[in-house]
Design a protein around this ligand. Structure first.
Ligand SMILES: Cc1cc2nc3c(=O)[nH]c(=O)nc-3n(C[C@H](O)[C@H](O)[C@H](O)COP(=O)(O)OP(=O)(O)OC[C@H]3O[C@@H](n4cnc5c(N)ncnc54)[C@H](O)[C@@H]3O)c2cc1C
Length: 377
């Protein structure tokens, strides 16, 4: 039997891979979306909390020209309004017994300054549809074959093209074009022998900086009406550093008032497997929350921890102007970490760029309305 050749093989079904998959679905269904995990969505997933469905961890999109461009691309893909509004609210901190406007880290910025500073912008996009919902909706727009539990373990090259990939170390899959939306660091292992220099490969392999540590809390009462981003650090400088977080609006559930809050800090990636370091950082978040809101932890209904490596660097991976590996003309690198913006916005901008470089344009749609039906998960 003749082997099947896909037009496009997309590796990784996070926000980046799903955006490309949804866009290309307008052109063809001969696409395969390969995902190493059991389900699609990457780091943006839904969690069912006592207060209702929420993102798995704090999510925030500062307003900027690039954010608005990225959101227009997403809205065109989803044919739905995603941004409800742009609003301005200064972040706050707790100091000497009072809440104050957060004015910056001063002379003692944390080592993960860039990661945390991102959450302190006063101007933000208010989302009508949350990131975990984006990924579900994008998957619904995808018309090709979705293959979960399919981890790509090698690219195979003939002349200057990738011709096939190995999945889970054994199965072979062929395609005309390959779009990589997985972890850039893994390219050190996945790329064929001659595709990049030994030096570039070694730089890629060392490409791992900070791990995000998220704590989601469900409080058994309304703690605050403030929706501002909080930056909490306490009075003593220690190795762990500050955290950012905020409260979601309180809700009534079966006659009881509940309120969720979501917090994030970062630890060095080398200590991610060290439960003591993770434990200390989580304890510090709780200490800071208690300091600012002394009764907030008295009646916790649930706490949820989410540890996720943030791959902040790209090992200086050199790409062609059209985002392919220079020696492999049909392997596009889509991961957000090769974009200037290493976040949700970067995912969308990188996806839009790859779709354009494949020769397609997603037309902008005017006068959209929000249309999201919660999927039962
Ligand atoms: C805790 C946390 C909080 C964040 N908060 C914010 C925020 O508030 N605002 C913001 O803008 N950004 C935030 N970000 C960053 C943003 O979510 C990410 O930059 C973006 O969603 C990354 O999407 P992605 O598709 O590139 O990667 P991912 O979501 O990581 O998806 C990659 C997918 O590829 C799969 N994969 C990898 N390698 C392979 C392989 N070899 N074969 C098959 N599958 C593979 C993985 O299993 C995964 O599903 C946050 C990230 C984290 C982790």
């Amino acid at each position: 039997m003749a082997q099947h050749i896909y037009d496009y093989a997309i590796i990784g079904s996070g926000l980046t891979g799903l955006s490309i998959a949804a866009a290309l679905s307008r052109e063809t269904s001969n696409i395969v979306l390969l995902e190493g995990a059991d389900v699609a969505g990457g780091v943006n997933k839904q969690i069912n909390f006592p207060t209702g469905s929420i993102n798995n961890g704090l999510r925030f999109v500062p307003d900027s020209v690039l954010s608005e461009k990225a959101m227009r691309f997403l809205e065109s893909l989803l044919e739905t309004k995603v941004v409800a509004d742009v609003s301005e609210e200064a972040p706050i901190t707790y100091d000497s017994g009072n809440f104050k406007t957060f004015l910056g880290f001063g002379e003692n910025p944390p080592a993960f300054y860039e990661e945390l500073n991102y959450f302190t912008s006063s101007k933000k996009l208010d989302l009508a549809v949350e990131p975990y919902q984006w990924t579900q909706m994008l998957l619904q727009k995808f018309t090709g074959d979705f293959m979960p539990r399919s981890y790509v373990t090698k690219f195979h090259q003939e002349n200057d093209k990738v011709t096939s990939i190995t999945i889970n170390g054994s199965k072979t899959l062929h395609a005309h074009n390959f779009i990589f939306a997985g972890t850039v660091k893994d390219l050190a292992i996945l790329l064929p022998e001659d595709a990049v220099s030994v030096r570039a490969r070694s730089k890629l392999a060392k490409n791992n900086y900070w791990t995000a540590l998220c704590l989601d809390l469900c409080h058994g009462k309304a703690v605050t009406e403030s929706t501002a981003m909080h930056v909490l650090n306490g009075t003593t400088q220690d190795e762990i550093g500050p955290c950012a977080g905020r409260f979601l609006p309180a809700v009534e559930v079966e006659g009881q008032t509940l309120q969720a809050s979501q917090w994030i800090t970062f630890i060095e990636s080398e200590v991610t497997d060290d439960s003591e370091s993770v434990g200390l950082a989580l304890k510090k978040i709780k200490r800071q929350v208690k300091r600012a809101y002394p009764e907030a932890l008295d009646d916790l209904k649930l706490e949820r921890i989410f540890v996720s490596p943030i791959i902040a660097g790209n090992g200086d991976l050199k790409l062609s102007a059209n985002m392919t590996i220079p020696s492999l003309e049909n392997l596009w690198i889509a991961s957000a970490t090769v974009n200037e913006q290493k976040n949700l916005v970067g995912s969308l901008l990188q996806a839009e760029m790859i779709v354009a470089s494949l020769g397609f344009k997603v037309q902008e749609v005017e006068h959209l309305e929000t249309d999201f039906q919660e999927a039962s998960m």
